[in-house]
Design a protein around this ligand. Structure first.
Ligand code: NI
Length: 180
């Protein structure tokens, strides 16, 4: 990736919103010039939170920040490969679809098969403000689409049948209740 590595070892962790939560359903706003300081401060904390969870992607709305910002690290070969996307936009999607099991840090312990375009092209700004374009397939494609969905208030369960979604939400509510 074009992005330089992000040190995240000792950044303070952020609490992750758990579904159902109204702010997980809200559309995030574009990052603007005067968000620079906030964005720069929160990126290492988002990585630390994601690595600790552990997860492979985290979108700003999940840590209660309504900005179009997300972080991803698929850790290929168990090595960090951090990606920061600011104001990401899907500019192309393959007609072929792919099914992949997805989970989400905002729906801990819940997994389901989700069907999405197999490949996508995404344009975004990296953490230096440079324009980037990425063609993603396989896991990265699903991850990018899942995280961009978060910026539009969409969760992976919103891609499932109402029946399946309700089943997962009930199970999640039950498990969250037991945790308290
Ligand atoms: Ni998620």
């Amino acid at each position: 990736m074009a992005n330089p590595p992000i040190p995240s070892s000792d950044a303070p962790l952020l609490p992750i919103l758990i579904a159902p939560h109204a702010r997980l359903k809200a559309k995030a706003r574009a990052v603007a010039k005067n968000d620079d300081d906030a964005v720069r401060a929160v990126i290492p904390r988002m990585f630390a939170t994601m690595y600790t969870a552990p997860g492979i992607g985290l979108a700003a709305p999940q840590v209660d920040l309504g900005l179009r910002l997300l972080v991803i690290d698929l850790m290929p070969d168990n090595k960090p490969a951090p990606i920061v996307m600011i104001n990401p936009e899907l500019v192309a999607a393959s007609p072929e679809l792919a099914v992949r099991e997805e989970g989400c840090l905002s729906l801990p312990g819940m997994y389901a098969d989700v069907t999405r375009p197999a490949r996508v092209k995404v344009r975004f700004l990296d953490q230096t403000g440079a324009r980037q374009e990425l063609e993603a397939s396989d896991l990265l494609s699903a991850c990018v689409q899942h995280e961009i969905d978060h910026l539009d208030g969409v969760l992976f369960v919103d891609h499932l049948s109402i029946l399946k979604r309700n089943m997962i939400m009930r199970k999640l509510a039950k498990e969250q209740k037991l945790k308290k």
